[in-house]
Design a protein around this ligand. Structure first.
Ligand SMILES: Cc1cc2nc3c(=O)[nH]c(=O)nc-3n(C[C@H](O)[C@H](O)[C@H](O)COP(=O)(O)O)c2cc1C
Ligand SMILES: C=C(O[C@@H]1CC(C(=O)O)=C[C@@H](OP(=O)(O)O)[C@H]1O)C(=O)O
Length: 357
């Protein structure tokens, strides 16, 4: 299976399946001398781990990361950094019924068709369990960005189903998102949204949602002007997360409804801009303003209701969802989106060193 590596200068390779022995990640290209705060890495994993509240999957994984290499006296050595995260609570028997039927809108059919062999226990490699490895690596990227340039990255839930946070991120306290189990930066909306997700869960159904992510203190000059535009790499990073169906940065789809005279970001004499419809990126290169973007997640495919489907021989069968699944992925997706953003920015930060003398 190809495509398990992401990034160029700051590169990660993830491995492992949801019901195998462990998952993990190897990070290549992290400079030497970074203070590797392992408590921070674990805290990031704790934000993503399953079983953390009534509105997430009830699979209980501690997601305890063991660091295997690349560290000496608390600092990175410049050699590959690797983390191992054992799987502790697979309960694979719940998936015996999955040998035959394909779950509609999961990856069961496409994996079977492409490889002819498939670990039917959970989603195997297609399970979002793999994203724990990305979060461990993303935590290292966050530490790097903070230590070299003071860059911060914060995501929060800005919509669940049809319910939306109306205020822009500039009017919200982004750190307040950690105060509720949904990770929504609008506390009043959070309560309504949590109650809604809980109702959907009790009905055996699932619902989608949107995250907003903001990167601040990103210096001017990150990104490449042609194919590896900063927003193109952010888009790929976000669309590589399980269940993501949409990405927009800056004014996004709404920007298409405006006139140029309404949309242009006018300069101040210090080259900052009065507005930020560009989302901090122009011509694929960061301009020093906040980088902000939205990521849309579909409703989780595995529902606890009977559904018509087919088995691998094309026979019609009825599927009854089993196992432990998220009714809505957005609360756990917050650290994943931040991690992928950090990986892209760390990669471009290191690549930017070749830009000029
Ligand atoms: C944090 C997170 C948790 C998820 N939890 C589940 C889950 O419990 N059950 C499920 O069927 N899909 C879940 N998904 C989505 C599947 O992993 C995803 O739909 C599947 O890999 C097929 O890929 P696609 O939806 O991107 O086409 C989750 C996704 C994320 C990001
Ligand atoms: C285990 C995690 O979440 C899983 C994500 C997931 C999916 O299909 O994406 C399906 C469920 O697990 P399984 O692979 O056992 O079916 C979730 O519990 C995790 O994120 O660590």
């Amino acid at each position: 299976m190809a495509g398990n590596t992401f990034g160029e200068a700051f590169r990660i390779t993830t491995f492992g399946e949801s019901h195998g022995t462990a998952i993990g990640v190897i990070i290549d290209g992290c400079p030497a001398g970074l203070i590797l705060d392992l408590d921070f890495v674990q805290a990031e994993l704790d934000r993503r781990k399953p079983g953390q509240s009534k509105i997430t999957t009830q699979r209980k994984e501690s997601d305890t990361a063991q660091i295997l290499s690349g560290i000496f006296e608390g600092k990175s050595t410049g050699t590959p950094i690797s983390f191992l995260i054992p799987n502790e609570d697979q309960r694979s028997k719940d998936y015996d019924h999955n040998v035959g039927p394909f779950r509609p809108s999961h990856a069961d059919y496409t994996y079977q068709a492409k490889y002819g062999i498939r670990d039917h226990r959970g989603g195997g490699r297609s399970s979002a369990r793999e994203t724990a490895a990305r979060v461990a690596a993303g935590a290292v990227a966050k530490l790097f960005l903070k230590q070299v340039a003071g860059i911060t990255i914060n995501a929060y839930v800005s919509a669940v189903g049809k319910m939306k946070v109306e205020k822009p991120y500039t009017e919200l306290d982004l750190s307040s998102a950690e105060n509720n189990i949904l990770r929504c930066a609008d506390p009043e909306k959070a309560e309504e949204m949590i109650a809604y997700i809980d109702g959907v869960r009790k009905a055996g159904d699932t619902v989608g949602g949107i995250l907003t992510c903001v990167a601040q203190k990103v210096p001017v000059g990150l990104g490449e002007p042609v194919f590896d535009k900063l927003h193109a790499d952010l888009g790929k990073a976000m669309l590589s997360i399980n269940a993501v169906h949409g990405f927009e940065y800056g004014s996004g789809f709404e920007g298409a409804t405006l006139l140029g005279s309404e949309h242009n970001d006018l300069f101040e004499t210090d080259f900052s801009t009065r507005t930020n419809n560009s989302g901090g990126i122009q011509g694929g290169i960061s301009n020093g303003e906040d980088i902000y973007f939205k990521v849309a997640f579909k409703p989780v495919a595995t529902i606890m209701k009977g559904q018509d489907t087919v088995d691998k021989d094309g026979n019609k069968v009825e599927l009854h969802g089993k196992g432990r699944h998220d009714p809505c992925v957005v609360p756990r997706a917050v650290p994943i989106v931040e991690a992928m953003a950090a990986l892209v920015l760390a990669d471009h930060y290191l690549r930017n060193k070749n830009a000029k003398i």
